[in-house]
Design a protein around this ligand. Structure first.
Ligand SMILES: Cc1ncc(COP(=O)(O)O)c(C=O)c1O
Length: 448
């Protein structure tokens, strides 16, 4: 297709053109249906073409499409904030709306710093933001320095400030060469070492994805991980920031993933499924104490975007959350997740499937050349892209990734069907996936 003046995600490659969406399917120009097995990038959780959301946005467009947030409040975003706060852990009460995930993370970085300055005075030395290798927190310059997604960062590394990092809980290839549970979750405990190394008086926050998304393919932590990092953060007066941009909004069977471990972060960043993919949105949700320190101090978060609390976006958020509540979408995600668990043994039987990971409807598969040694495929084989195309040929969209091994090797992919998928739809999706993986294994064996 001639893209004219458009800069696409890639000038190479051979992307199909999507023209329509309905339920769990996207349709190309020829009318072929593709099961949206990754919800775009884990956002189209209530499926495509939901009229109620479109109606709510349309009505808001007719009523008032915009009023600048520095000069006006609007009731639509107040209502949306109330809906968001109704889903979070107790105490996470204040919501700041932005236009996407990267902006939510940037907001969290800034509010973490401002909170300590307002609380302790201009002399506060707390500014360091610790994160993890094998993480993704966005594509802006600030979030790239924070995150540790090696391949994505290399070109831009001279532009950003590098945040201190600890390793991720990559148990399948433990960076510490340990084995769970004998390891005592040493990767979580290494946060304490890093805080002490930097000096607790300089550390403002620790950022992590509850389940690592695109960089490692639904890498879920041992159950002790989040309670341990919560305890360490509290001990050293460090804010715990959960990047729930992929994991939130019911993806793992609960509104926010940290709820599985009864952990309350100080800040949650959300985006993507917050509006079901119907509007560009992100949100930073902070503990009362953080918002009220600023409210009672300088009185303003020193940050702002033109589209903060945009009324049309807010209408989409409210309509999406109400739709999710009315249709028990989170409960369905949990149920479908249990249904998927039963398929894992069959998937693990496929020669190229090294590990099946994740929780609820956020799942990932790591592809290996040798199951026994866990050796990855040579990067030149482009295995993740190959498997993705095998899935596409069978009408299934997945979300591939590479480079989880030191940024230079490894193939994996995420799959995450709409949370409204029925039992039959999930069976259809896993059937297509299994078929594509078996065909890929066969083809890759003959390649080499
Ligand atoms: C965990 C995580 N954080 C942050 C982001 C950035 O969100 P956005 O692309 O909306 O800026 C993403 C996007 O994929 C993500 O998966």
């Amino acid at each position: 297709m001639d893209l004219g003046h458009l800069i696409p995600r890639s000038f190479k490659g051979n992307l199909r053109t999507a023209v329509r969406g309905e339920g769990v399917y996207l349709y190309d120009e020829e009318g072929n249906a593709y099961f949206d097995g990754c919800c775009g990038a884990l956002l189209s959780s209530i499926g495509h073409g939901v009229k109620e959301i479109a109606d709510a946005m349309y009505q808001q467009l007719l009523t008032m499409e915009f009023a600048h947030p520095s000069r006006w409040n609007n009731t639509v975003s107040i209502e949306a904030a109330e809906e968001v706060a109704s889903l979070t852990q107790e105490g996470l009460d204040y919501v700041w709306f932005v236009s996407g995930g990267s902006e939510a993370i940037e907001s969290a970085m800034k509010i973490a710093r401002q909170y300590f300055v307002e609380r302790d005075g201009n002399g506060s030395g707390k500014f360091e933001m610790i994160a993890r290798w094998n993480s993704y927190h966005g594509s802006t310059v600030g979030t790239m320095g924070l995150a540790g997604s090696m391949g994505r960062r290399r070109t831009f590394a001279p532009l950003f400030k590098e945040s201190p990092k600890i390793c991720a809980h990559y148990c399948y290839r433990c960076p510490l060469n340990l084995k769970y549970p004998d390891c005592g979750v040493a990767c979580a405990r290494s946060l304490e070492t890093e805080i002490l190394r930097l000096g607790p008086e300089s550390v403002a926050a620790f950022f992590a994805e509850p389940i690592v998304g695109s960089t490692v393919g639904a890498l879920h932590p041992p159950k002790e991980y989040w309670p341990i990092v919560r305890e360490i953060c509290s001990k050293y007066d460090v804010l715990l920031v959960a990047d729930e941009i992929m994991t939130g909004m019911g993806r793992t069977g609960k509104a926010f993933c940290t709820q599985h471990w009864n952990v309350t972060p100080d800040i949650i960043c959300s985006a993507k499924a917050l509006s079901g993919g119907y509007a560009a949105v992100g949100a930073m949700i902070v503990k009362k104490e953080i918002a009220e320190t600023i409210r009672d101090g300088s009185g303003a978060f020193q940050h702002g975007h033109t589209y903060n609390g945009n009324p049309v976006t807010a209408a989409a958020v409210t309509a999406t959350i109400r739709y999710m509540k009315k249709n028990n979408v989170f409960e369905n995600a949990a149920e479908r997740g249990r249904q998927f668990d039963e398929k894992i043994p069959a998937l693990l039987d496929i020669p190229i499937v090294g590990e099946v990971r994740g929780m609820g409807l956020m799942r990932g598969i790591e592809l290996v050349a040798d199951k026994a040694t866990r050796a990855p495929f040579p990067a030149s084989l482009k295995t993740a892209a190959f498997v993705t195309e095998e899935c596409m040929k069978r009408g299934l969209v997945i979300y591939p990734g590479t480079g989880q091994i030191a940024g230079v090797a490894g193939d994996q992919f995420l799959f995450a069907p709409p949370l409204v998928s029925t039992k039959e739809e999930l069976d259809e999706m896993t059937g297509r996936l299994e078929e594509a993986l078996k065909a890929s294994a066969e083809a890759l064996r003959s390649k080499g």
